[in-house]
Design a protein around this ligand. Sequence first.
Ligand code: ADP
Ligand code: MG
Length: 245
Amino acid sequence: MYSVELRDATKRYPGGGAEPVIALDDVDFAVEPGEFVAVVGPSGSGKSTLLNVLGLLDDPTEGRRHLDGTDVTSLSVAERTAARKESIGFVFQDFHLLPTLTAVENVALPTAFDPGDASERAADLLSRFGLGDRLDHEPSELSGGQKQRVAIARSLINEPAVLLADEPTGNLDTETGESILAEFERVKEEGVAVVAVTHDPLVEGFADRVVELTDGVLVGGVPNGDEEGEKSTPIDRTAPAPEDR
Ligand code: ADP
Ligand code: MG
């Protein structure tokens, strides 16, 4: 069973009278528990759309979507909210931290309507990310890299089956980037499927599989040996990189 899976998924945006934009074009994508997949591709190739569709923030126009063994192709708003909370951790490119909350409060925020107090777990997660001395700082008192680590800690508070991250090392120096990636390795060893959109060769180096999007077409989207994914072939990472990376 895959942690998250798309089959024949197409996403079309209305083009406002003109041709519709095909942001995802008949995509097969599947990630196993404990697998770390990096998604690369030029700007506008559909990377954010792919993450949004995987993370139940947006629906495919056509095709099927499964999460943790459940068909989640079309859900009611309530079902979607529950499924996201149960199974998805999302690290947004611009973090989406609330400015008036401290680091601990931001990390604990996804548990706000649950019984009990998650502050201790939030503080533990922040400590794991080297922010044990910044627990009560607000986002305006944190550097870009520190905010990013708060966002990653928050994505893990509900112990997701799938962790989705848009440019997770984008604001980080190499050393901090490596410590984040080491943390992703730990998370995936616990069986979490990690999908990261990236331009960072460091992330590609850590990934179990690198898949490439070009104009909404995904290459290498399913693991080798998956018969349903025959039309996908692994991409040649020795080929020269496209200019627009
Ligand atoms: P990337 O993250 O790789 O830069 P996106 O997934 O953001 O690419 O966008 C893929 C394509 O879909 C682009 O052509 C973009 O202009 C278009 N697109 C993205 N979001 C929308 C939207 N909400 N409405 C219309 N077109 C969109
Ligand atoms: Mg994007």
